[in-house]
Ligand binder design. Structure first.
Ligand code: MD6
Ligand code: FE
Length: 219
């Protein structure tokens, strides 16, 4: 017997889809699930133009996470520091345009989290292989911290590290899975955060990779 429409619509729900992390920050469980295939197609088109690369920190260390960008501004790091650049330093061309499915999803998620009118001009694309990690940091290279940040997880699960206003605060560990979206802004905007060392695994859409899209208003 086929499952009833009721079962299809309402199960299986394992987590509250709207999980507050702090004032101004919320995890929208599964918010991007319906768009995941289109988002991955958009990602593929972007990195065909501006490929993933391991950028170097100002201290000279290559990051374990490889990155690309799309939109009017792209986040970059090199020996000169962290900043947004309208051009991809590797191609010496503007970053690829932000796919409509990216900006539409980011705006919908921001609105669902209470930040109506979010128009991202930058999308940083992070690519994690098993063993990759992102140390605790604040996102502070944007011009106006009044805008929230929208973060979309695709592929392998990860443990998000959610700290406090100072680096010394011990972070909470938040599991993030394929399709999850985190939005934060307002009083949570400068929270220290990171991603714990990625475990090995296999996701049907991405294999042994986690992608993260973070949408910002840089300028
Ligand atoms: C990641 N995310 O989830 C890394 N930053 O792969 C971030 O560093 C981040 O998710 C600011 C806002 C949301 C984020
Ligand atoms: Fe960040």
């Amino acid at each position: 017997m086929p499952p009833s429409a009721l079962e299809l619509d309402f199960g299986p729900v394992e987590r509250d889809p709207h999980q507050p992390l702090a004032a101004g920050a919320v995890l929208l469980g599964g918010f991007a699930l319906q768009d995941a295939v289109a988002l991955l197609a958009g990602l593929k088109a972007v990195v065909a133009i501006s490929p993933f690369r391991h950028m170097v920190t100002p201290g000279g260390w290559p990051m374990s996470v490889s990155m690309s960008n799309c939109g009017a501004a792209g986040w970059v790091t090199d020996r000169r520091g962290y900043r947004y650049d309208p051009d991809d330093p590797e191609t010496a061309r503007p970053w690829p345009a932000m796919p409509l499915v990216f900006s539409t999803l980011a705006a919908r998620a921001a609105e669902a989290a209470g930040f109506a009118g979010f128009v991202p001009d930058a999308c940083l694309i992070n690519r994690y292989e098993p063993g990759a990690r992102l140390t605790l940091h604040q996102d502070r290279n944007e011009r106006d911290f009044a805008h929230p940040i929208v973060s979309v997880s695709l592929g392998l699960p990860a443990t998000f590290l959610w700290g406090g206003a100072s680096r010394s605060e011990r972070p909470r560990r938040i599991p993030l899975v394929h399709g999850d979206v985190v939005v934060w802004g307002g009083p949570a905007r400068m929270t220290f955060h990171g991603v714990d060392t990625m475990k090995d695994g296999a996701h049907p859409l991405t294999g042994a990779i986690r992608f993260n899209l973070t949408f910002r208003r840089a300028n």
